[in-house]
Design a protein around this ligand. Structure first.
Ligand code: GLU
Length: 502
């Protein structure tokens, strides 16, 4: 690519950034980095009534957590197109709308809300377009003086685009190929609102032009707006600078069809937000991937594969590898079904690959909050022992709490299954044996087996009892490993404790 690639993520902070939006941001990031381009965060907040408190900061936090920081834009970098918040660029848009009026591609419309409602009531299917505009009150139907007077008065007016009747608008989408839409399916959209604010369409196109955006990579829900945007470029005389468009397929719910929603997540038990979000109105708290114990690297890898695949069977790729491999050509045309099991698989794979020390540092706070101060070296060894078994980071405290806390009371139903040991095991002899263990798994296992044979106990029964004593359940890491981690004294203490409770 000869010109410098510049892409933007342009969310409207009307609520917490959804995982689909995060994927859009990620694809923009990967594409920008691949071509050493710029990745820009532009906040599209022209519809001030719909803005939600905290939603902008939440977007920034999500991008940071995932490690896909823009190098330019709101809260990032010091780019030369500041400000990057559209509400702060408010005054720059009018001139573009007025130029379109001068060139005959847009017009002033003075219809009041009530008049528009009335015409809608008379004909619910009617649009404001080439066919109907002559019946409305606008600068095409009124005479010049009337228009000048109205503009001078404090009458409310908007600026609308003037679409030609029955014109095919054709443009190339990098994912879908050629798309043609006839203007009969469109309407004369408002570009500048009566309060002087631009609509999404005008602000979006003007900013993409001014900020020298080369590629617009965004969700499929914006595809219907693209023909209008193409016309805005054409009518503004910017067609040669028009960015390339790539509309990403939808993220679909795991079963059935339709867009993945927060309700699907709640119903099936997975988050649709990256980070915890508290609704400022209802105070309802929604948990995020971070709080559920996901690693950002795993979420990034998982998201990259939701709608894109470099080919081949390998699925685990670092961010740098993804940057290297990413191409728009490999984005799928069909919607991508969200797969929660796959998300868990990615996370488990990433946890397995973590260095023990790193894993320990990631879980330390959670462990200490629940079980008090833990020796760092001990924590590293505990992590090594259960690393292969963790799906989420916080499994270490929810499923393996026994690594940090002596089981106080054993469940009766579990004790019942090992109660035969009471009659056949001479506890003191066994505790003495523990005292002879060295630091080797095999040696411990052999010694236990030997002890069982000499004392006419089934090795399986003895092992079951030891396991229950150490962890309070029937599954978990290998017994010798557990004894080595917990230490001989702690192991002996637990065994005695369990024996006494039977
Ligand atoms: N503001 C739009 C949104 O909320 C941006 C669409 C675009 O990227 O052009 O997603």
């Amino acid at each position: 690519m000869s010109e410098k690639v510049r892409v933007r993520f342009a969310p409207s902070p009307t609520g917490p950034l959804h995982i689909g939006g995060v994927r859009t941001a990620l694809y923009n990031y990967l594409f920008a980095k691949k071509y050493n381009g710029d990745f820009i965060l532009r906040v599209e907040d022209t519809d001030q009534n719909r803005m939600v408190e905290g939603a902008e900061q939440y977007i920034v936090d999500c991008l940071k957590w995932l490690g896909i920081e823009p190098n330019e834009g709101v809260s990032f970098g010091d780019g030369s197109y500041t400000p990057y918040r559209q509400s702060e660029r408010k005054n720059s848009y009018r001139q573009y709308a007025e130029k379109l009026v001068e060139a005959g591609h847009a017009y002033y419309a003075f219809d009041s809300e009530a008049e528009l409602e009335q015409s809608k009531a008379a004909n619910p299917n009617a649009k404001y377009d080439a066919e109907t505009r002559e019946h409305f009150k606008n600068s095409l139907t009124l005479n010049k003086d009337e228009v000048t007077d109205l503009l001078k008065s404090d009458a409310h007016y908007v600026i609308r685009i003037k679409l030609r009747a029955n014109e095919d608008v054709k443009f190339y989408d990098e994912i879908r190929g050629w798309v043609t839409v006839n203007t009969s399916q469109m309407d004369d959209k408002v570009l500048l609102k009566s309060d002087g604010m631009p609509t999404y369409h005008l602000a979006n196109v003007c900013d993409d032009y001014v900020m020298k955006i080369t590629h617009v990579i965004r969700g499929e829900e914006w595809l219907p707006s693209a023909p209008l945007h193409v016309l805005l470029y054409r009518y503004s005389g910017w067609e040669n600078e028009m960015p390339k468009f790539a509309h990403l397929p939808l993220l679909l719910k795991p079963e059935g069809n339709g867009k993945l929603s927060k309700r699907d997540g709640d119903r099936l038990g997975f988050p649709v937000f990256l980070l915890e979000w508290t609704d400022p109105k209802t105070n309802e708290v929604s948990s995020g991937y971070k709080e559920k114990g996901y690693l950002p690297e795993a979420v990034l890898n998982m998201l990259a594969f939701l709608g894109w695949n470099p080919g081949g069977t390998q699925e685990i790729f670092s961010k740098e590898e993804l940057v290297d491999l990413f191409t728009i050509e490999h984005i799928h045309k069909a919607g991508a079904k969200f797969d929660f099991e796959k998300a868990k698989w990615f996370n488990a794979e990433y946890i397995k690959r973590l260095d023990d020390k790193v894993l320990a540092s990631l879980v330390k706070e959670d462990v200490e909050e629940k079980f008090g101060t833990v020796d760092t070296q001990y924590l590293c060894r505990a992590c090594r022992l259960v690393k292969e078994r963790l799906i989420f980071l916080n499994d270490i405290t929810s499923a393996y709490g026994y690594l940090f806390k002596t089981p106080a009371e054993y469940e009766e139903a579990i004790l019942f299954k090992v109660k035969n040991i009471k009659e056949i095991l001479i506890l003191d002899d066994f505790i003495q044996l523990i005292g002879t263990f060295y630091e080797k798994d095999e040696e411990i296992e052999n010694k236990i087996k030997e002890f069982a044979t000499t004392n006419a106990i089934k090795a399986g029964d003895l092992m079951k009892f030891i396991r229950v004593s150490l962890v309070g359940e029937f599954s978990g890491p290998a017994i010798p490993d557990l004894i080595l981690l917990l230490g001989k004294e702690e192991a002996a203490k637990r065994i005695r404790n369990c024996y006494d409770q039977i």
